[in-house]
Ligand binder design. Structure first.
Ligand SMILES: [Zn+2]
Length: 344
């Protein structure tokens, strides 16, 4: 993997963590507001119960005053009875008294009702007060926990920001701008290649794209989603092992087109295995095996530097191709390899 890309993978890990922390931090005031609202509701229930009790007491006092003034009125009526001249006046007086007594009875009934209601209001108040007390304790705990979590997130976010800044310094500016642009529009910018697919959009990659990524000379973008792609051989071991007809190949191998070999150029495989470097080449037109070299205690990139200099990477799915076709590559394989070459 190009070093810049490696840096970007790490930068993305840090940036995504930072985004997660920021989202978490942004949610904390909302959590606290919700907790506060819960407490306010419990407080309101207590206040409402108290207000209802108070209103009942006020009404009761009013009715008592009404009764008192009605009683005074009755006394006054009775005092007037000595000055009554005739039967008509007497009847009218009795009717006034009866009316006042009727009113008194109504008010007394209302007072009785209020007194009964006051008992239930009192128990409502007690329940609301108990709930408030319990909730206050619980809510204080929740709030403290939210604030503590926020504190930890803030510290972690500050560290991530620092780390992000430091990583950014090591990356080429143009590449960084591309990274930022894709990150902003697509959520993340760098995606791993697994089983020949871009893990971000799951689209199968073209052989040429795959071989460019493996060649790791430059940053390659996914044709479909535009993300920058990277490839970790250790994550793809399973696939190549599965392709090797049951034999897990620990060898590191690369297929390339070498224009300088043979009369038509050659498709060649370079294998580093157990300290030895092997190159096997096939004529690019006929598919005939034209060369095989094994160098002990060597690395292909060094020992075959001349061949590799002008070579371009190819994507070969089958890892034991050269074992399977020792003398000649079959037409379908040749076709596939030729398709990966740019049109002349
Ligand atoms: Zn993609």
């Amino acid at each position: 993997m190009p070093t810049d890309l490696e840096q970007l993978v790490e930068l993305q890990r840090v940036d995504l963590e930072l985004a997660r922390l920021n989202a978490q931090l942004a949610a904390i005031p909302k959590t606290i507001a919700r907790i506060d609202a819960q407490l306010a509701a419990a407080r309101k229930r207590v206040e409402e119960a108290r207000a209802a009790i108070k209103a009942g007491e006020t009404a009761k006092r009013q009715y008592e005053q009404e009764i008192q003034s009605l009683n005074e009125k009755i006394l006054k009526f009775r005092g007037q009875s000595s000055s009554i001249k005739n039967n008509e006046q007497y009847k009218a007086l009795l009717s006034e008294i009866a009316h006042a007594e009727g009113e008194i009875a109504t008010f007394e009934e209302k007072i009785l009702e209020l007194m009964l209601n006051a008992d239930s209001l009192q128990s409502q108040l007690h329940a609301a007060e108990a709930a408030l007390k319990a909730e206050s304790a619980e809510i204080e705990l929740q709030k403290a926990a939210a604030e503590k979590a926020g504190e930890a997130d803030r510290t972690a976010a500050a560290q991530a920001r620092e780390q992000s800044q430091a990583l950014r310094k090591g990356v080429d500016e143009t590449l960084l701008a591309t990274y930022d642009r894709i990150l902003k529009s697509r959520g993340y910018a760098v995606a791993e290649v697994l089983e020949h697919r871009c893990t971000a959009c799951q689209v199968m990659l073209r052989p040429q794209v795959l071989s460019n990524i493996r060649a790791a000379q430059e940053v390659v973008h996914c044709d479909s989603c535009g993300r920058m792609l990277y490839y970790l051989p250790e994550h793809n071991v399973k696939t190549s092992a599965a392709n090797a007809t049951g034999i897990a190949h620990q060898a590191e191998r690369e297929w390339m087109f070498v224009p300088s070999m043979g009369s038509n150029g050659a498709f060649a495989v370079f294998i580093n295995h157990k300290g030895n470097a092997t190159m096997k080449a096939y004529d690019a037109v006929t598919g005939e095996a034209i060369a095989r070299r094994v160098e002990k205690n060597a690395i292909c990139r060094k020992i075959f530097a001349e061949e590799i200099r002008d070579a371009r990477n190819l994507f070969v799915d089958e890892s034991n191709l050269e074992d399977k076709y020792k003398e000649q590559l079959p037409p379908e394989v040749l076709d596939d390899l030729r398709h990966q070459l740019p049109k002349a």
